[in-house]
Ligand binder design. Structure first.
Ligand SMILES: [Zn+2]
Length: 296
């Protein structure tokens, strides 16, 4: 496993720079030790890694790929934002948060347990936006960055000038807001905060990995994908369309995801958020059956 050190903060890079279902995890190797988002790689390489005893585990949010290694550390308390913590206390709450239909839920539930080692957790400590954790020499500030999920958080290491941006992952795919707890206006605000954070290294959980150059441009391009999706939706709504027709257009999940059971659900959740903003702004109207672009 490739590891990049930023002082006592170590970025543990997953396969293919953390391409899903893998991910890039953070180890804080200080007087107090901590792991942030223990990925599938941590699980697979746990024996060889010779990690120190882990005192604390943090999850940036409730998604299955971010807590694959949680159960390797049963004695370490799990730290999460209060909006996402309930999903790690009950699998039914997790699936309510995903916002999938019944068929997708039935298909996906056993996979989350068997492949992603989902397990409920008794001891979850909830943190707040701006809270600072001191590990001895290393200090870490929580940055609540909702939109992807309601309680999604980034973690800022001010001295190391490193911001772990978790699933604001700066990939070509663009921001993901397909859950029942997602929010589009919050996503835009969160990405603006990340862009203005001043951190010299942005570390994403997936693919982009460690971004040190042209950081403002990289975040701006990523943010622009939201506006590009909106533009495509408005073009499509030149003629009146039902929500089902909009979902079939696949504006967010563009490539062939026909083998993924939950794809309709996440496309629908994402498009519903775009439509909600466009209706609020008066740029789209709803005739009781179909959506259409306003003429002005
Ligand atoms: Zn996620």
């Amino acid at each position: 496993m490739e590891v990049r050190d930023f002082g006592r903060v170590k970025v543990m890079l997953g396969k293919k720079n953390g391409k899903y279902p893998y991910g890039n995890s953070i180890l804080i190797d200080d007087d107090v030790t901590a792991l942030i988002d223990p990925s599938l790689m941590i699980r697979e390489f746990h024996q060889e890694l010779a990690l120190p005893r882990i005192d604390m585990v943090f999850n940036s949010h409730y998604h299955e790929d971010h807590g694959v290694g949680n159960s390797l550390f049963p004695d370490a308390p799990l730290y999460m934002h209060p909006l996402d913590a309930p999903a790690l206390r009950s699998i039914d709450v997790l699936f309510d948060c995903y916002g999938m239909d019944a068929v997708s839920t039935e298909a996906w539930k056993p996979i989350v347990v068997e492949k992603y080692f989902y397990d409920t957790r008794d001891h979850i400590v909830e943190f707040t936006d701006g809270q600072v954790f001191d590990f001895g020499h290393t200090r870490m500030r929580v940055m609540h960055t909702p939109g992807h999920t309601g309680g999604h958080c980034c973690f800022l290491f001010e001295e190391e000038e490193l911001l772990f941006v978790a699933d604001w992952d700066l990939t070509w795919f663009g921001p993901v807001y397909g859950d029942a707890t997602s929010d589009l206006a919050d996503s835009i605000l969160s990405l603006n905060r990340i862009r203005d954070s001043g951190a010299k290294a942005l570390v994403s959980f997936h693919e982009a990995g460690i971004c040190e150059e042209n950081r403002r441009e990289v975040v701006t391009q990523y943010l622009d994908i939201i506006y590009d999706r909106e533009r495509q939706l408005l073009e499509f709504l030149a003629a009146p369309r039902t929500l089902d027709e909009i979902v079939k257009k696949r504006i967010v999940y563009r490539k062939d995801y026909s083998n993924v059971v939950w794809i309709d659900a996440v496309e629908k959740n994402s498009m519903a958020l775009h439509l909600q903003l466009l209706l609020q702004d008066g740029r789209v109207e709803w005739d009781g059956t179909r959506y259409v672009r306003c003429s002005s």
